[in-house]
Design a binder for this molecule. Structure first.
Ligand SMILES: [Zn+2]
Length: 650
C-alpha cells in the first residue's frame, strides 16, 4: 500500500502545481462603490459639540439604478432606550451560573451595561443632519435612530457619480462604547470614531443599513480629506496623513524643520487618507507623541496620555519598538502593508481597529498586535463583518497569535539571557496546538455550554455575546489553524498570501476565501466551510481497537462526531521510530503534502464519512507498537481527546 500511494502522490503533486500556475493569473472581478469625502469640522471643547460640512462624491459602480441611499448616524445609539441600550439591558438578564470564566456572570458588555439609560442631555451622543442636497438639489430624508434614509429626487444611474452636500452637528457622547469623550479609565478627552454621517455600503447583496446595536462596521472604500478646527492645546492622531505638519508640530513635523504656528486659539488639522473605508481621530491636550521612522520612510506613531508615570512611558515605548520589530514578519506572512503610516492611539475602551490606526486603552502588546492585524482582515479585506465576523475577528486573532509568538522568539534571539522571555517561549511550546491553544480551549468550553450558534449568524443576532465572541474570535481563528491541518501548514500559509493578493479592497466573502484555498491546495474544501461555518456539528475521532493479522497490525478508528475530517495517526514503535498513517477525507478529493519530512508517511485510501469506522494496516507486528495517537499536533478540533491516544505496555 505504501509504495502504490507514494507513486500516486507524485503524479498528483505535479498536477496540483500546474493547476496553481494556471489559476493564479485570474483576478476576481467584483464591482465596488466609491466615496470621496471632504469634511470640515469645528470642535468646541467646552460644550463637546461640533458642527461640520460634508461633501461626498459617490460613485455608483454597480449595474443597478439606485433610488435611495442610506447613511449611518452611529452616535444616535448613545441615547436612552436606543436599540443598543435595549439590547444591552436584555442581554444583562442572561446570567450564567458557572460563567464563561467560571463565575456568575451577566452576558452584557461590561462597558455598556445599562449606562446608556442613565445618560443626561449633555452626555448623550447625537448626529443631526441640518441639510442635505444631491447635485445642488435639496433631498427629503428620514432619520430613524442610527440610520438616515434618503429617497432621492433623481435616481443614481449605474457608473455615474453624484455629489452630496450635508451640514451636520453632533454632540460627543460620554464614552460608553468605542467612541466618546472623557473615558473614566483612560481619561482621554476625545475618541472620535463613527463620528460623521457615513454612507452605508451597497454591494452585490444590496444595501447594508445595519443599525448600530453592538458591533461591526462595513464601509465603502474611498478617499478622505478631513479638516478639524480645535483648541490649539490639543494633540491629534488617527487615520490619515497630516498635510500641514509644519504649522502643527507636536512631533509630526519633518525632523529638523521649523514649526510656525498661526496666531489664535485654534489649530486647523488637515488630514488626507487614500483608499480607506473609515476615518478615526482622537484628541487630548496631554497626549505624548512617539515617532518611529522606518528606513523606507514609513512612520509608526504612538500617542498616549501622559500621566508622568515612568513605567507607562516604558510600556508605550516598548510598543513602538515592538511594532518596528514585527512589521517585516507581518508583511512576509500576510502581505505588504500599503500605507505610509500606522498609529497606535490611546483611547477607546479596549481595542478597536480603524484604517491606518487603532484606539487602545493600554499599551499591552497582545491587543495592539490584534488591532494592527485588522489592517489586513478588516482594513484591506473588509469582509462584511456583520455576516462574516469570523473572517474578520477570527483571521485577525489567528494572525495576532503568530505575530505575538514571533515577537517573543525574536526578542529572545536578541536577548538570549532574558530568563522571563525564555520561560514564555518554553511555555508556548508546551501548549498545543502551537500558538492557538487559547482559541481551542475557549471553543471546547462553548461547545460544553450548549450555547453555540453557527458562524453564519449575523454578528448582532447571536443569542448571547458569549456565543458571538467565541464563535467569531476563537472558532474563526481555528478555521485557519485547522485548514493547516487539512491542507498542510505550508499550503495554508500560501493560501493566505494568495487571498491577500486576489481579494484586498474587494470585500471577499466566505466562498471567495474557500475558492482561493481550493485553487492553491488542489483540494475540495467546500465541505469544510459547510460544516465548520454553517453548522455547530463537532469532531470526534477515536481509536477503537488494535489487533494482529498475519504478522501485521490492524488499527480500527471510529468517528463518533458529526463532522468528518481527514485523520493523521502517528505511531511510535518500540525501537523509537515513528510513522504517520494519513487517511484523507473522501470529500477532499486529494491529500495534503507531507508536513514533517522527519516522519515517514503512508497514505491510505480516503475515509468515506458515511462509514462510522475505518480500519488500516501497518507493516509491523503488534508487539512493535508502543503509542498510537490521532493528531498529536492537536490542530483538529476534536471535542473528546481522551480516546485519541493509546499507549501499549508490553
Ligand atoms: Zn478584533
Amino acid at each position: 500500500m505504501t509504495d502504490m500511494n507514494v507513486s500516486k502522490k507524485g503524479v498528483f503533486l505535479i498536477a496540483t502545481a500546474l493547476m496553481v500556475q494556471l489559476s493564479v493569473s485570474a483576478q476576481p472581478d467584483r464591482w465596488q462603490q466609491r466615496v470621496k469625502y471632504t469634511m470640515n469640522v469645528s470642535m468646541d471643547v467646552h460644550t463637546n459639540r461640533f458642527t461640520g460640512s460634508q461633501t461626498l462624491a459617490y460613485t455608483n459602480n454597480s449595474p443597478d439604478t439606485l433610488y435611495k441611499v442610506f447613511y449611518h448616524l452611529y452616535w444616535n445609539a448613545f441615547q436612552p432606550n436606543s436599540m443598543m441600550d435595549a439590547r444591552s439591558r436584555e442581554l444583562g438578564k442572561i446570567v450564567y451560573s458557572t460563567g464563561r470564566r467560571g463565575r456568575e456572570e451577566s452576558d452584557w458588555d461590561q462597558r455598556v451595561k445599562d449606562r446608556i439609560l442613565h445618560l443626561g442631555p449633555d452626555e448623550i451622543g447625537y448626529q443631526k443632519v441640518l441639510s442635505l442636497t444631491m447635485n445642488g438639489v435639496s433631498q427629503t430624508y428620514k432619520v430613524d435612530e442610527t440610520i438616515l434614509e434618503v429617497k432621492l429626487s433623481r435616481p443614481i444611474l449605474p457608473r455615474s457619480t453624484v455629489l452630496f452636500q450635508m451640514q451636520f452637528e453632533a454632540q460627543v457622547p460620554l464614552q460608553i462604547r468605542r467612541s466618546g469623550r472623557d473615558n473614566p479609565q483612560t481619561g482621554v478627552r476625545y475618541s472620535m470614531s463613527q463620528w460623521y454621517p457615513k454612507m452605508c455600503e451597497y454591494d452585490y447583496e444590496g444595501w447594508h443599513p445595519t443599525p448600530y446595536v453592538a458591533r461591526e462596521f462595513y464601509g465603502v472604500w474611498g478617499d478622505y480629506d478631513v479638516t478639524i478646527h480645535i483648541d490649539k492645546t490639543y494633540l491629534l492622531g488617527g487615520t490619515g496623513y497630516l498635510q500641514n505638519a509644519a504649522q502643527i508640530g507636536y512631533g509630526y513635523e519633518t525632523p529638523g524643520t521649523k514649526v510656525e504656528r498661526p496666531a489664535g486659539d485654534e489649530l486647523l488639522w488637515h488630514f488626507i487618507a487614500p483608499n480607506v473605508h473609515d476615518f478615526m481621530w482622537a484628541a487630548d491636550p496631554d497626549f505624548r507623541h512617539l515617532v518611529r521612522r522606518l528606513p523606507d520612510g514609513r512612520v509608526i506613531n504612538v500617542l498616549y496620555k501622559d500621566k508622568h508615570d515612568l513605567h507607562q512611558d516604558t510600556l508605550w515605548n516598548n510598543l513602538a519598538d515592538a511594532a518596528v520589530m514585527v512589521l517585516p514578519y507581518i508583511e512576509k506572512t500576510f502581505g505588504p502593508y500599503p500605507y505610509k503610516q500606522y498609529s497606535f492611539v490611546h483611547g477607546g475602551d479596549g481595542g478597536m481597529e480603524y484604517p491606518m490606526s487603532t484606539l487602545i486603552n493600554n499599551p499591552g502588546l497582545g491587543t495592539a498586535f490584534h488591532e494592527w492585524m485588522h489592517s489586513w482582515y478588516q482594513g484591506m479585506m473588509g469582509t462584511n463583518e456583520s455576516m462574516y465576523a469570523w473572517m474578520d475577528e477570527g483571521f485577525t486573532s489567528y494572525a495576532a497569535a503568530l505575530v505575538q509568538s514571533y515577537y517573543y522568539q525574536e526578542s529572545l534571539r536578541r536577548h538570549p539571557d532574558n530568563a522571563g522571555l525564555k520561560q514564555v517561549v518554553e511555555k508556548e511550546k508546551q501548549q498545543l496546538p502551537l500558538n492557538h491553544f487559547g482559541a481551542y480551549s475557549s471553543y471546547f468550553n462553548l461547545v460544553k455550554s450548549g450555547l453555540e450558534e453557527p458562524l453564519t449568524t449575523h454578528a448582532d443576532h447571536f443569542n448571547t455575546n458569549y456565543a458571538y465572541s467565541i464563535a467569531s474570535y476563537s472558532k474563526g481563528e481555528m478555521f485557519l489553524e485547522q485548514l493547516g491541518y487539512i491542507a498542510g501548514a505550508q499550503t495554508r500559509d500560501r493560501i493566505l498570501l494568495e487571498y491577500y493578493r486576489l481579494w484586498r479592497f474587494k470585500h471577499p466573502n466566505a466562498s471567495d476565501f474557500v475558492r482561493v484555498a481550493e485553487k492553491v491546495s488542489g483540494l475540495k474544501l467546500d465541505w469544510y466551510k459547510e460544516y465548520w461555518v454553517s453548522t455547530t456539528k463537532t469532531i470526534d475521532y477515536g481509536i477503537d481497537s488494535l489487533w494482529e493479522e498475519n504478522g501485521k497490525t490492524e488499527i480500527r478508528l471510529k468517528m463518533s462526531g458529526t463532522m468528518p475530517m481527514p485523520v493523521d495517526v502517528v505511531v511510535l514503535y518500540k525501537d523509537g521510530s515513528k510513522e504517520m498513517a494519513y487517511i484523507p477525507q473522501y470529500l477532499m478529493f486529494g491529500e495534503k503534502p507531507v508536513e514533517d519530512p522527519s516522519i515517514p508517511r503512508t497514505v491510505f485510501e480516503p475515509w468515506k464519512w458515511t462509514h462510522p469506522t475505518y480500519t488500516f494496516e501497518l507493516n509491523h507486528r503488534l508487539t512493535d507498537v508502543k503509542i498510537v495517537e490521532i493528531d498529536p499536533t492537536q490542530r483538529m478540533a476534536d471535542v473528546d481527546r481522551k480516546n485519541n491516544k493509546l499507549e501499549l505496555n508490553w
